[in-house]
Design a protein around this ligand. Structure first.
Ligand SMILES: CC(C)(COP(=O)(O)OP(=O)(O)OC[C@H]1O[C@@H](n2cnc3c(N)ncnc32)[C@H](O)[C@@H]1OP(=O)(O)O)[C@@H](O)C(=O)NCCC(=O)NCCS
Length: 170
């Protein structure tokens, strides 16, 4: 398996992760958004050419009062750079095999490179439901105080350290 940037050549018709919103977005908006520089999407390919997962990234900014308290301390009062993992999904037939974790690690590494070039301090995710929230919590993402249904954050250097640790254990 490998990860590559989404292109019009990918066959997305059979991609099904159990969440129609995420399936439809990939099929109908993934490439169009990439073409317009609104987001970049990356697909996980099961050889030779089956798309079994994807995630999308975009850059953003966040004010310190929108961050978990611990993260906001000492920061200036303007938008702080972040990378948003806007969506991440694994096809139903391939879930539970560690591929979601692999894709998450790939997304963190890619975010780290973006952050190194354009100064991103945080990684953010928009969980689509409680199960997704639980999945992201396993990677250390935190709720913003008082907003348990919304965006979650992890400091990018903490995410990178986590990936490095996991790599060492392999
Ligand atoms: C959430 C999702 C990406 C997980 O992918 P997956 O390939 O099944 O997950 P993995 O097998 O890689 O699991 C990685 C770890 O997360 C845990 N995990 C997986 N799904 C979980 C969930 N819903 N809640 C809590 N933990 C979860 C696994 O037990 C595993 O733990 P471990 O590190 O201790 O072994 C996948 O179920 C999915 O695409 N769901 C539908 C779409 C979705 O909710 N996307 C996420 C938000 S937009």
């Amino acid at each position: 398996m490998h990860v590559e940037r989404l292109s019009p050549a990918h066959d997305l018709a059979r991609f099904c992760c159990g969440n129609k919103t995420l399936d439809d977005w990939l099929r109908h908006h993934g490439w169009e958004n990439d073409r317009r520089d609104l987001s970049r999407s990356y697909v996980l390919i099961d050889e030779p050419a089956t798309v079994v997962g994807y995630y999308s990234l975009t850059m953003g900014g966040v004010r310190k009062d929108r961050l978990p308290k611990r993260y906001g301390r000492g920061l200036p009062n303007y938008d702080i750079g972040m990378v948003l993992i806007a969506r991440l999904a694994i096809s139903s037939s391939h879930q539970g095999q560690g591929l979601g974790r692999d894709l998450m690690i790939d997304a963190i590494k890619r975010s780290e490179r973006a952050g190194a070039n354009a100064a991103a301090r945080f990684l953010a995710v928009d969980p689509i439901d409680d199960a997704a929230r639980a999945f992201y919590q396993r990677f250390g993402f935190r709720n913003i105080g008082g907003d348990p249904g919304g965006r979650m954050y992890l400091r990018l250097d903490e995410a990178t350290a986590l990936v490095d640790q996991r790599g060492e254990r392999r």
